[in-house]
Design a protein around this ligand. Structure first.
Ligand code: HEC
Ligand code: HEC
Length: 188
């Protein structure tokens, strides 16, 4: 009787494992993937990135992510209201004398690419969702993070702004690992 119970219990455990692990992926890959995403999320949640990736109708500034001064709004094309365009003040590079950050084609991410207040799991799923991320596959998301001037700006932000503590190459390595191990997302 006891042996039978143990067998039934063991079968249940095995069945549970089979449900949790997607076909063709080792459980260790899932753990590694979720861990790599934690390193990615640490950068994404940095104020340098979050200030452009908001879910409200304006960009934010500073480490406390306060509302952008001068009543700047995202406008219909994420480049500012018609009377107050981002490019009126922001140029292709930082203007340190005026404390205005800059990089090529400075504008904010669309509201579907907004990350304010997302849990790590929700952030992870949003990045992978082509309906939210600008139609990108996992590889394209990485390519963007590797080379986009707005992303790279965060590591040379000018003024007294602090860059993410993770080096850009380590950030890309973590993102690569996250995708290659199956792009698993943490819960919740
Ligand atoms: C000056 C504003 C700005 C800053 C700063 C910025 N981004 Fe973006 N980001 C954008 C814009 C605009 C897009 C949309 C680009 C496109 O679709 O061509 C975007 C798109 C993205 C995307 C692809 C879409 C998505 O949501 O998956 C990722 C990933 C991303 N940014 C990561 C970052 C990271 C990481 C940082 C900080 C290290 C950062 N961004 C900083 C403006 C910004
Ligand atoms: C009237 C000039 C002006 C306009 C227009 C303007 N900005 Fe700014 N922006 C500034 C100044 C000045 C700062 C520096 C403020 C500070 O650091 O306290 C700044 C800072 C920022 C930062 C902060 C970076 C950080 O991490 O602290 C972001 C992001 C930003 N602007 C995005 C935008 C976007 C997107 C637009 C268009 C929708 C825009 N700005 C329009 C003048 C402007």
């Amino acid at each position: 009787m006891r042996v039978l119970l143990i067998l039934i219990a063991a079968t249940c455990v095995l069945a549970l494992i089979a449900v949790r692990v997607p076909e063709g992926t080792a459980a260790s890959d899932e753990v590694a993937s979720v861990a790599a995403f934690a390193d990615v999320a640490k950068v994404l949640n940095n104020p340098r990135c979050m200030n452009c990736h908001t879910t409200v109708n304006w960009p934010t500034v500073g480490d406390d992510q306060r509302r952008h001064p001068f009543n700047v709004m995202r406008g219909t094309d994420d480049r500012g209201a018609s009377g107050l365009r981002c490019a009126t003040c922001h140029q292709d590079k930082n203007q340190d004398a005026a404390n205005i950050p800059g990089a090529k084609d400075w504008h904010m991410a669309s509201i579907t690419m907004g990350w304010t207040g997302l849990s790590p799991g929700a952030l992870c799923r949003a990045l992978l969702d082509p309906k939210k991320n600008g139609g990108r596959s996992g590889d394209k998301v990485i390519e963007h993070m590797r080379a986009d001037p707005l992303v790279l700006w965060a590591w040379t932000p000018g003024g007294k702004r602090t860059p993410p503590t993770t080096a850009h190459k380590d950030f890309i390595a973590a993102a690569d690992k996250w995708i290659k191990t199956g792009a698993h997302c943490p819960a919740p």
